[in-house]
Design a protein around this ligand. Structure first.
Ligand code: NAD
Length: 499
């Protein structure tokens, strides 16, 4: 049984709390490693190491910091297969999907190579007589991030790459369900030339998270995970005077208009609903066809596609559409929710429960489920299932379809399938959701734009990656400067505009 470590001060260190959690291979159901759960004292030690290392790193010029990012990109590409294999083994997602996880993080690292440009301040010459005004962006100091299990490479990189490029030290508290890839990333960063103590991985659970939230040295906390925990971290972190951004759960609707290409829409729903076993915050979990004929034809096209989905272990290569879910508890919860859908009157047109795969009977596999005639009062509509389950809510009109997406408490992503430009434009303008796809099912913005939902899907005012990340991980300082030769008056008592 492998015992995983923390990564502190440039070295793998064993946990000393005596507490561990199991890391499974979701395809076989076996415990493959033990993850140490840090105590408050272990977190405090890591923060002290970071605080000692950070001032020197902040003084390294931004171009040199960017070179570490350049080298890190090379190393990520060099080790892509190794990282993806470790990721699939702990998470369960397919090998190509695991590479995508690393790739979408790597693209944010590439963006951070632009740090010298992105960190430039502003300057106004002669804002007043002999007066210049300028602003600069300075690092925060020690920053921290708490990440979910579903993107163990991408989301840590979305946080630590901009944080470090800005001159901060970063403490990562990854998901205890798949901590190996974050540990590998920290090693690669140091191979790329990052000084010791600037990236540290401290594994753990609520105790480690609380040790971050109540630590006075830590200046900012980034969180991605479920909404109840996002609300807890946002409330607690803000009350401690920290800068906090938290991204939560989702229930993403896709509206299918009568004029849409229904084959295209059905294919999009299959990929977006069932890819990664539905364990994506940008998964489409609700299909909203407009009009009875659209709904009937869509369901007819979806059924054979859902029934022929290939579910299996990542080791089966390209022959698999999606893998197991992350834990036995996740599987049980998904199957419980499917039963509530049946009990509350939805039509379960494809039942993915009781799925078994020969040779992998103990794996956490869940077959694909498809519901029709779901209504907004049902638990399967209100809650995030985070599994391979697609619910169809029928709408008679576009306005009714729009109102479903708008009235839902989550607001991460949404999509519309239509050939009509007016409808698409109206949808993009009126919807109260952060990321919109027009004939694109999973509209995850690229690295140089920003990622973030609205409503209960995000707390805080700045998004992840893109220019927002460089704002989140720096403070603005504004200087008004006049040299003695420019001073011509005596005391000035009134607050007045500059001449
Ligand atoms: P989670 O909320 O269970 O865990 C996220 C992190 O919080 C982990 O590091 C975990 O150790 C920690 N944590 C768990 N319980 C805690 C507690 N009581 N106190 C303090 N910390 C705690 O989420 P998950 O199951 O790992 O990830 C799935 C969730 O993440 C889904 O809801 C999904 O929609 C969401 N997600 C959102 C986005 C986004 O950008 N909005 C992206 C990916 C995932």
């Amino acid at each position: 049984m492998q015992e995983l470590t923390h990564y502190i001060d440039g070295a793998h260190v064993n946990g000393t709390s005596g507490r561990f959690s199991d890391v499974f291979n979701p395809a076989t159901g076996e415990v493959q490693a033990k993850c140490p759960l840090a105590s408050k004292e272990e977190m405090e030690h890591a923060v002290a190491v970071a605080a000692a290392a950070q001032p020197a790193w902040e003084k390294v010029n931004p171009q040199r910091r960017a070179r570490v990012m350049m080298k890190f990109v090379d190393l990520l590409n060099r080790d892509m297969d190794k990282l993806a294999e470790a990721l699939s083994r702990e998470h369960g997602k397919t090998f190509p999907d695991a590479k995508g996880d690393v790739q979408r993080g790597l693209e944010v690292v590439e963006y951070c190579i632009g740090a010298p440009q992105l960190l430039k301040g502003e300057f106004t010459d002669s804002a007043g007589p002999g007066i210049d005004m300028y602003s600069m962006r300075q690092a925060l100091g020690v920053t921290a991030g708490i990440t979910p299990f579903n993107f163990p490479a991408m989301i840590p990189m979305w946080m630590f790459a901009p944080a470090i490029a800005c001159g901060n030290a970063f403490i990562l508290k990854p998901s205890e369900r798949d901590p190996s890839v974050p540990l590998m990333l920290a090693e690669l960063l140091e191979e790329a030339g990052l000084p010791k103590g600037i990236i540290q991985v401290v594994n753990g659970d609520k105790e480690a998270v609380d040790a971050i939230l109540y630590n006075d040295t830590i200046q900012s906390v980034g969180f991605v995970g479920s909404t109840p925990i996002a609300e807890y971290i946002y409330g607690t972190g803000c009350a401690q005077g920290k800068r906090v951004q938290c991204f939560g759960g989702a229930k993403n609707h896709m509206i299918i208009m009568p004029d849409a290409d229904l084959d295209q829409a059905a294919d999009a729903l299959i990929g977006a609903g069932y890819g990664a076993a539905g364990e994506r915050c940008m998964a489409i979990s609700v299909a909203v066809p407009v009009g009875k004929e659209t709904a009937d034809r869509l369901i007819e096209k979806l059924i054979p596609r859902v029934e022929t989905l290939k579910v299996g272990p990542y080791t089966a290569g390209d022959d698999v559409d999606y893998g197991p879910v992350v834990t036995a508890a996740a599987k049980a919860n998904i199957e419980r929710l499917v039963q509530t859908g049946v009990d509350q009157g939805a039509d379960l047109v494809v039942d993915g429960r009781n799925f078994s795969l020969q040779g992998y009977e103990d794996g956490f596999f869940v077959g694909p489920s498809l519901f029709d005639n779901v209504t907004t009062d049902m638990d399967i509509y209100k809650q995030e299932i985070f599994g391979p389950v697609l619910s169809t809510v029928r709408a008679e009109t576009y306005e009714e379809a729009l109102s479903y997406a708008m009235d839902h408490e989550y607001g991460n992503g949404t999509a519309i399938y239509t050939r009509d430009g007016d409808t698409a434009r109206d949808f993009a303008n009126r919807i109260n959701i952060g990321m919109i796809g027009i004939n694109v099912p999973i509209p995850v913005p690229l690295a140089y734009h920003t990622f973030g939902g609205w409503k209960k899907s995000a707390f805080g005012d700045l998004n992840q990656h893109g220019p927002d990340a460089f704002k989140f991980y720096t403070r603005t300082k504004t200087i008004t400067s006049r040299w003695p030769s420019g001073i011509r008056e005596g005391g000035e008592f009134n607050f007045k505009p500059m001449d």
